[in-house]
Design a protein around this ligand. Structure first.
Ligand code: IPM
Ligand code: MG
Length: 369
C-alpha cells in the first residue's frame, strides 16, 4: 500500500488541539487498513517565531514541498501582533502558499441539515446550501509590488499596496472554477470590482473570453463584490461556484462560513499546478483562525480540520469513497445532537474537542461494519 507523506503544521492557538483531534481520525483510517500515512509535525506561525525568530523556516518549507500533502491548522495571536510584517505569523502562511505555488483555494460552504437552524439566516434560506468559493491565493493585493509605508516630507506617512492581475494568473484560477462547475451545477459567478479597478476589468474580460472559447456549457455571470456580499446574505442558494481574487475571496469566504452556522465547520484546500512528476502541491486547512479566546480549554470544534482531512483524501489521495464516509460519519454525529459549544443548540450539552473526534471515530466504526 502507498505510504502518503503528510506534514502536519499545528500552528498557534487552538491549532494543536484540533490537530490532535484530527490525528485520531487519521489513525482510524490507518488502523482499518484504508490508507497508510507517514505523519511528521513542524512549526509555523508564532510557534515557529518563538523558537526560530521566523514564522516559517527553510527546512520546514522544504519538508512541506517534499510531502504528498500538508495539513495545516491556524496561526496568529495577540502576543505576535506587534511584530513587523516580515516575521508575523501570517507571513509564514503566505510564504508557504506562495513558495508552494498554491494558487487555487477551494472553500466549500455547505449547510448540513442538522445545522440549518444554527445559521444566523432563516432556515429556509440556507437549507441545502452548497456553494464552492474558488479564491485566487497567491496574487492580487496580498503580494503586489510596490508595497510599503513611506515617510512624507510633512511628517505624515503613507501606506500603499498594489492590486494586480495578469492574464495567466486569471486563466489558471478560472480553469479550476469552470472544471469544478462542470462536476456540479454548471454555473460560475465571477466576482470583481470592474466598475472601479482596472485589474477587475481585465479579470472580467479574460474570464469571459475563456468561457466562450472553452466552456460554452457553463453559465457564467459577473457580480461586483459589494453586490455579491449582499446577495450572499439575501439569497445564498442562487450561487453554485464563485470565483474571485485573493482579497475578495478572503472576505466573502468568512461571510459564507456564517451562512453555515459556524466558522468552526469550514474546511479548505489550497492547490497548485500538477507538476511534471504528476504530483500536485496541496495544503489542507480549516478556514477558521487560531481563536485565542478559547485556546487551551479543549472546547474548540475540530470538524473544520476533520473535513479538511476529508478534502485531502479526496483531492490528494484519490480516496473519494473514504472522504464520503468521513463526511457522512461527521454529519451523523451532528444529527445525533452531539455538538461542541460553537454549534450547540439550547438543551444540548457541549462536548470537548477530543470527545467530538472520538464520536466521529465511533461513527466511522459503525458505518464501516
Ligand atoms: C485566511 C486567513 C489568511 C488570509 C490570513 C491568516 C493571512 O484570513 O486564510 O483566510 O488572509 O488569507
Ligand atoms: Mg481569512
Amino acid at each position: 500500500m502507498i505510504v502518503r507523506k503528510v506534514l502536519a503544521l499545528a500552528g498557534d492557538g487552538i491549532g494543536p488541539e484540533v490537530l490532535a483531534a484530527t490525528r485520531r481520525v487519521m489513525d482510524w483510517f490507518q488502523a482499518t487498513g484504508r490508507a497508510k500515512f507517514e505523519v511528521t509535525e513542524g512549526l509555523i506561525g508564532g510557534a515557529s517565531y518563538d523558537v526560530h525568530k521566523t514564522p516559517l523556516t527553510d527546512e520546514t518549507l522544504a519538508r512541506a514541498k517534499a510531502s504528498d500533502a500538508v495539513l495545516f491548522a491556524c496561526i496568529g495571536g495577540p502576543q505576535w501582533d506587534q511584530l513587523p510584517y516580515d516575521v508575523r505569523p501570517e507571513k509564514g502562511l503566505l510564504r508557504l502558499r506562495k513558495e508552494m505555488g498554491l494558487f487555487a483555494n477551494l472553500r466549500p460552504a455547505i449547510v448540513m441539515d442538522a445545522l440549518a437552524s444554527a445559521s444566523s439566516l432563516k432556515t429556509d434560506l440556507v437549507r441545502g446550501l452548497d456553494i464552492m468559493i474558488v479564491r485566487e491565493l497567491i496574487g492580487g493585493i496580498y503580494f503586489g509590488e510596490p508595497r510599503g509605508v513611506e515617510q512624507l516630507p510633512d511628517g505624515t506617512r503613507r501606506g500603499y499596496n498594489t492590486q494586480t492581475y495578469s492574464t495567466p494568473e486569471i486563466l489558471r484560477i478560472a480553469h479550476v472554477a469552470f472544471d469544478l462547475a462542470r462536476k456540479r451545477g454548471k454555473r460560475v459567478c465571477s466576482v470583481d470590482k470592474a466598475n472601479v479597478m482596472e485589474s477587475g476589468l481585465v479579470w472580467r474580460e479574460e474570464i469571459t473570453k475563456l468561457r466562450n472559447a472553452q466552456y460554452p456549457d457553463i453559465e457564467l455571470s459577473h457580480m461586483y463584490v459589494d453586490n455579491c456580499a449582499m446577495q450572499l446574505v439575501r439569497t445564498p442558494k442562487q450561487f453554485d461556484v464563485i470565483v474571485t481574487d485573493n482579497l475578495f475571496g478572503d472576505i466573502l469566504s468568512d461571510l459564507a462560513s456564517m451562512l453555515t452556522g459556524s466558522l468552526g465547520m469550514l474546511p479548505s484546500a489550497s492547490l497548485g499546478a500538477v507538476g511534471a512528476d504528476g504530483r500536485q502541491p496541496a495544503v489542507y486547512e480549516p478556514v477558521h483562525g487560531s481563536a485565542p479566546d478559547i485556546t487551551g480549554k479543549g472546547i474548540a470544534n475540530p470538524l473544520a480540520m476533520i473535513f479538511s482531512f476529508a478534502m485531502m483524501l479526496r483531492y490528494s489521495f484519490n480516496l473519494g469513497a473514504d472522504a464520503d464516509l468521513l463526511e457522512k460519519a461527521a454529519q451523523n454525529v451532528l444529527s445525533g445532537g452531539v455538538r461542541t459549544g460553537d454549534i450547540a443548540e439550547p438543551g444540548q450539552t457541549p462536548i470537548s474537542t477530543t470527545a467530538m473526534a472520538d464520536a466521529v471515530v465511533a461513527e466511522l466504526g459503525r458505518l464501516a461494519k
